[in-house]
Design a protein around this ligand. Structure first.
Ligand code: ZN
Length: 484
């Protein structure tokens, strides 16, 4: 009788939210003491007895239905499930501690509060030993002595020990050093140091996980829905983030616990470390060849012939490269050495004048000195023989040499006005008269089509036009027979 009243009082007490039992194993040990201390209520015992007697039949009825047959396990006020009995919880925690301690790196943590609340539960609500064990392991946050890799004063990732941390850092650095070239310097931009501390076992990363986290930031989707078995660390790790990043993105998270179905914001991760590698590489490059033009009197003007093929040379160039996480930042040449000189391409260019093939047949080879209409042809003009063609053109239009040759006259010449005379060789001479401007000098070599002056009306002329004469061996011929 006293036994079940005792239990009933205990149950009511717990249901009213009296101070909870603290701690893990040691706390469980105190569980019984806490129950015993309820005896301090005994000064009020008569009152309780009266109340109990008064409601006896009702209490018996309630008790029959509500008699606790299991315990709700809570950690820090959060229920993690229903266990069959306090002893089961105690044994499970002890086994966990023993097992984790056997792995040589676990230290039971003491600050968390484990609470057991008697409850009446259906058999189906009671956790299996395996589930109870995994939930306890997660919720109790077994701590491990570990080493954090701190970047700019912020603990970014925890690894097993200092040797592992050093190995991780070395591998991140080495990962960005290419195989080729001479490495001059490898530097990490961020300030990196290691600190010892205690964290949940689940927060300790493997070296591979730590390396990936430090090296890379993998962009992921915006939201993540918490599923069974998740922890802040496992979610952060899976998304290339740190726990700090995840917390920063989710200020609603209090403590360590996540509820299945919670939506978390994921922040796009970025590389945590930036490794700057300075190295020198020597590469062989082609040297482009030059092209040289040479005159060749055996070729006609406008003709070209390759006399020597060009061939690129080879040079060895040493570059100093600066790369940040593998991305080139600086490339500068520090040394250059020619291994093989390029071979110049030589092209012969013809200088031979085009021979005026026809001297009266009408299929001449002279170029028109200016484009325009014939305003006065070769032949009698009243009582005067006009031994030239007049080509109408606007004042100032360029007058061009009808063929290559040598200027033999350039200047004023009586009724011709400003005049240029060109000797093309082989007895062929052309005259250009009434110019407004002369732009060549006697003795000057000119090419076919080269500008020698400008159309004008100097001398005996009415209006701007070009008076053009063709002389063969000193006699003036009809220019139309020589113009193309
Ligand atoms: Zn004329």
């Amino acid at each position: 009788m006293v036994g079940w009243v005792h239990n009933l009082v205990f149950y009511v007490d717990k249901a009213l939210g009296r101070p909870e039992v603290k701690g893990s194993v040691a706390a469980l040990g105190r569980f019984g003491q806490r129950v015993e201390s309820l005896g301090k209520l005994r000064p009020a015992w008569p009152l309780v007895l009266v109340a109990a007697l008064a409601g006896m039949s009702l209490a018996i009825g309630i008790y029959a239905l509500a008699r606790p047959n299991a315990v709700v396990v809570e950690v820090e006020g959060r229920p993690i499930g229903v266990a069959r009995a306090e002893a089961v919880v105690r044994e499970t925690v002890a086994a966990l501690e023993q097992e984790l301690a056997a792995q040589g790196w676990v230290r039971p943590e003491n600050y968390r509060r484990l609470t057991l609340k008697p409850v009446r539960a259906a058999a189906a609500q009671v956790l299996t030993p395996e589930v109870l064990r995994s939930r306890l392991r997660e919720a109790l946050a077994f701590q491990v002595q570990a080493v954090a890799i701190q970047v700019n004063g912020r603990a970014v990732v925890w690894v097993k020990d200092r040797a592992t941390a050093e190995q991780v850092l070395a591998r991140v650095r080495e990962g960005f050093v290419p195989q080729d070239g001479k490495v001059l310097r490898v530097a990490v931009e961020e300030k990196v140091d290691f600190i010892s501390g205690e964290v949940k076992t689940s927060e300790v990363a493997t070296p591979e996980e730590a390396i990936q986290l430090l090296r890379e930031g993998v962009p992921r989707s915006q939201q993540y829905t918490v599923v069974a078995g998740d922890s802040l660390w496992s979610i952060a790790r899976a998304h290339g983030m740190t726990v700090e990043d995840l917390r920063a993105a989710n200020p609603q998270i209090k403590g360590e616990y996540l509820q299945i179905g919670d939506e978390l914001n994921l922040v796009k991760a970025q590389p945590v470390l930036h490794v700057v590698v300075t190295r020198e590489v020597r590469v062989e490059e082609k040297i482009p060849y030059a092209v040289k033009m040479v005159s060749d009197a055996s070729l006609y003007r406008g003709q070209e012939k390759v006399k020597q093929d060009g061939e690129p040379g080879i040079r060895a160039v040493t570059y100093r490269l600066v790369e940040r996480n593998g991305a080139p930042v600086v490339k500068e040449e520090v040394h250059r050495e020619v291994l093989r000189e390029p071979v110049t391409k030589i092209v012969a260019r013809g200088t031979k004048r085009i021979v005026v093939a026809s001297r009266g047949g009408g299929s001449g080879e002279l170029g028109w000195p200016v484009s325009g209409q014939i305003t006065s042809g070769y032949g009698w003009r009243g009582r005067e023989f006009h031994a030239a063609v007049d080509i109408g053109a606007s004042y100032g239009a360029a007058v061009r040499a009808a063929a290559g040759g040598t200027v033999v006259y350039a200047g004023r010449d009586g009724g011709y006005g400003r005049t240029v005379v060109i000797d093309h060789g082989d007895g062929l001479v052309t005259r250009y008269a009434h110019l407004s401007r002369v732009s060549v000098e006697p003795g000057q070599k000119v090419e076919r089509g080269e500008t020698i002056g400008a159309v004008g009306e100097s001398g005996r002329a009415t209006g701007p036009h070009l008076h053009f004469e063709v002389l063969v061996n000193g006699s003036r011929r009809n220019p139309l027979n020589y113009l193309r």
